[in-house]
Design a protein around this ligand. Structure first.
Ligand SMILES: NC(=O)c1ccc[n+]([C@@H]2O[C@H](COP(=O)([O-])OP(=O)(O)OC[C@H]3O[C@@H](n4cnc5c(N)ncnc54)[C@H](O)[C@@H]3O)[C@@H](O)[C@H]2O)c1
Length: 360
């Protein structure tokens, strides 16, 4: 009897210890939903990440309203194809698409009035570091004014939950590794990064004033099927396959925390399902690799050698990104599953289907 009590007491002490030593992020969770059956207004749903998120939401029975202007930042034909893929998968007719610019507040108002969404997942943005240096005004308009319009509609229509895409670029050239959500981020290195940080601040203000819950997601270099053609993973794979030289910025020692698209989608869906008051989460893999090693992995998967031409570093680029994902693990249950090697293999399978067999 005494021994049983002793064991019980030990277990209670151990559990209490485990609870108090696990990382605490101090947020009061409002609600967790499984398969949500929500009506989600998804901006940027024709793009790389957005089209995968749309499919995941439709798969589990949500209704999805895609708002995207099919911008010509890269070939809009790729976005049309993404929409076709989504429509093909949408057996229940749960998706609709509005070709609308998020900077156009009155058109957005009409969509909100018509559709009465319950959640907003805002992924639309002008992405890319270098182009933002060439045309900062475009980024300020699309990203900051666009986000402001979405927040205004969220307030006006009493939407309960707002999820939005931010970026690892908000950490700037910080050499405090890994990047944590509590780090001070006040030195963005490009107009793109500055707009993403501005959107985080604006979202906080709207949450504070109008009390809807809000999750901001800092994505770390996302790659995989339908990957953006302006990003290194696609550019390198394409160049290595075609045997054309790769312009490599720097000596290849720069580090990136590459994250496979399925892991990112899982994080976005979890952020849709978990309502706190206001939180920012890193969504990365937490295991950065050097550009040199990244290229080696692609060579291995494609079975061809890269022809590297070393050129100077790009203005606005940072040397390293490295996500701490403890907070997302603990609060969202986020757990990246795809190794870089597996992810590159899956991306190459897609590339081969689309660009080698399909000869696009
Ligand atoms: N891909 C990454 O590695 C990465 C990393 C960090 C952050 N992000 C962020 O994630 C989000 C999605 O990025 P992505 O890689 O899928 O990019 P993407 O360019 O493929 O998708 C963005 C979509 O937004 C749409 N869009 C742009 N401006 C618009 C406007 N004014 N009105 C309506 N639609 C508009 C585009 O047409 C596009 O379909 C963006 O907010 C981006 O800043 C991406």
């Amino acid at each position: 009897m005494i021994r049983t009590r002793y064991y019980l007491l030990s277990i209670i002490v151990l559990l209490a210890y485990a609870f108090y030593t696990m990382p605490h992020f101090g947020a009061h969770q409002l609600e967790v939903q499984g398969s949500s059956n929500e009506k989600i207004l998804l901006t940027g749903g024709a793009g790389f990440i957005g089209s995968h998120v749309a499919e995941a939401l439709l798969d589990r029975g949500d209704r999805v309203i895609i708002v995207d202007n099919l911008s010509d930042y890269y070939d809009p034909e790729l976005k049309r194809r993404n929409l076709e893929n989504i429509a093909h998968q949408d057996k229940n007719h749960h998706v609709c698409f509005y070709r609308t610019d998020i900077t156009d507040l009155e058109s957005l108002r009409a969509i909100f009035e018509n559709e009465q969404p319950t959640i907003v997942c805002h992924l639309a943005a002008c992405a890319g570091i270098s182009p933002s240096i060439k045309d900062p005004e475009l980024y300020i308009k699309n990203n900051i004014l666009g986000t402001f319009n979405l927040l205004e509609m969220t307030r006006t229509f009493g939407i309960k939950h707002f999820v939005f895409a931010s970026s690892s670029s908000v950490y700037g050239a910080s050499n405090k590794i890994p990047f944590e959500e509590c780090d001070i981020v006040d030195k963005p290195c490009s107009p793109y990064a500055a707009t993403k940080r501005a959107c985080e601040l604006l979202a906080y203000t709207y949450h504070h004033l109008y009390r809807f819950s809000c999750n901001g997601l800092r994505f770390f270099t996302v790659y995989g099927p339908r990957g953006r053609p302006d990003m290194a993973p696609f550019k390198f794979m394409d160049a290595i396959y075609k045997g054309v030289p790769i312009n490599q910025h720097g000596d290849g020692s720069s580090m990136r925390d590459y994250t496979y698209i399925d892991d990112i989608v899982d994080g976005v869906v979890k952020a849709i399902d978990h309502r706190f008051s206001f939180e920012i989460f890193n969504l990365g893999r937490g295991e950065p690799v050097s550009l040199k090693d990244f290229v080696k992995l692609i060579e291995m998967v494609v079975h061809k050698d890269a022809h590297i031409i070393e050129i100077e570093n790009q203005a606005g680029d940072v040397y390293a990104t490295h996500a701490s994902i403890n907070k997302a693990k603990v609060m969202l249950g986020f757990e990246p599953k795809i190794s870089l090697y597996e992810g590159i293999k899956c991306m190459y399978q897609w590339y081969a289907n689309e660009y080698i067999c399909g000869k696009k």
